[in-house]
Design a protein around this ligand. Structure first.
Ligand code: SF4
Length: 372
């Protein structure tokens, strides 16, 4: 049975010197202080909930299932979704799974073992490799990872991610199986050490304060200054569901937070707002430049009650902003030219003269055959 220990991340030593001044300054940023983006981007993906098992029990999350009820997709099931994505002109396979399932998920570990895998991370690596061969670029979100765990799937991922959510200790993360902000920061730091183009973000409305949001964004920025690996930062509002009745943050809070992110992060780091969860049209003047992954094939398995907008709606949002809408890959173009950030399997897949390679390059060159 797999026992996956995530190390304590006290080692994260982000220099937040002058932190109080920085937070005070960040907290005063308003939408008027930032410029709207000159274009909006999105990626076309399929959503693959590899397993709904998770060692944690965040109070706003409907994604995880308790032991005995958690699903685990077989490779055949994964590839069936991937094939539908290829047919629909997608480029990204978004692998979502909870944090490494603990010993409570005995039958899941038995199944993995019967398939020849010692851990969920070994299985994820194999599923990502098969997906890449099939014609989509994986982007995996396996929660917190050790360096050894991240190294397994990294070669087969165009980019990876984990939501920081918040650096604050909030009751939504508390309880006997609460996740820790330090672990999340450590995971983002490891991704930097491994030179993995990385997605992270904050969750707004889970009990954090405005100052907490500033600290979270400053912490992400500090890690990016050191490793230059952050490609996008999500500003995601928590939303009502069967486990969360705490409501969503007001639009004004989202406007201030998006503006704060835009002002604190370098221009090369995109600020993303998920269009199925946030009032995007009310945020267009606050500096968002990316609408994230949107799927014409699968639902948002993390927020199944909130449907993706049709691709036509994305175009309408861009028109409302008065800017062009551009499709992108799950890895932002600029990383393709920076040595060390793209693994050989991903580099080969993007440059190969086969249908997948041609599809990736048409997206990079803005000549996608699959415009909405
Ligand atoms: S939010 Fe993530 S870590 Fe928390 S319970 Fe859900 S899947 Fe697990």
């Amino acid at each position: 049975m797999s026992t996956v220990e995530i190390p304590d991340a006290a080692a994260y030593d982000i220099d937040l010197e002058l932190r109080e001044t920085a937070v005070r300054r960040a907290s005063t940023i308003q939408p008027e202080d930032v410029e709207p983006a000159s274009q909006l981007t999105f990626a076309r993906n399929v959503f693959i909930p590899l397993t709904t098992a998770c060692r944690y029990t965040c109070t706003y999350c409907t994604f995880y299932d308790p032991p005995g009820q958690a699903s685990l997709m077989s490779v055949e099931e994964v590839l069936e979704v991937v094939d539908r994505g290829v047919d629909a002109g997608c480029t990204e396979a978004l692998f979502t799974l909870g944090d490494a399932p603990d010993a409570r998920y005995g039958s899941l570990h038995e199944t993995l073992e019967s398939w020849g895998y010692a851990t969920i991370h070994e299985y994820l690596a194999d599923a990502c490799e098969r997906t890449l061969e099939e014609g989509l670029l994986p982007h995996a979100n396996p929660g917190d990872q050790t360096k050894a765990q991240m190294e397994l799937a990294a070669p087969y991922n165009a980019s990876m991610g984990v939501m920081l959510e918040t650096t604050a200790e909030v009751t939504a993360h508390a309880g006997p199986r609460g996740k820790s902000p330090a672990q999340r920061l450590n995971t983002i730091k490891i991704a930097g050490e491994l030179q993995i183009p990385f997605t992270t973000g904050i969750l707004v409305g889970i009990g954090e304060t405005k100052d907490d949001r500033a600290v979270s964004l400053l912490a992400i920025n500090a890690l990016h200054e050191r490793y230059e690996h952050i490609q996008e930062v999500l500003i995601q509002p928590v939303v009502e569901n069967e486990r969360w009745r705490g409501g969503s943050p007001p639009t004004e809070v989202l406007r201030d937070t998006v503006a704060m992110a835009r002002a604190l992060l370098p221009e090369t780091v995109s600020v993303q707002v998920p269009p199925n969860l946030a009032p995007v049209r009310d945020l267009l003047d606050c500096g968002i430049d990316d609408l994230g992954g949107v799927s014409p094939v699968t639902v948002d398995h993390v927020n199944p009650a909130y449907a993706w907008p049709a691709l036509d709606e994305l175009r309408a949002i861009a028109e409302a902003a008065g800017v062009p809408l551009k499709e992108r890959l799950p890895v932002y173009d600029r990383f393709l030219d920076i040595e060390g950030f793209i693994s050989e399997p991903i580099s080969d897949a993007v440059s190969r003269d086969d249908p997948a390679g041609r599809r990736y390059r048409s997206v990079i060159e803005g000549e996608s055959l699959y415009h909405p």
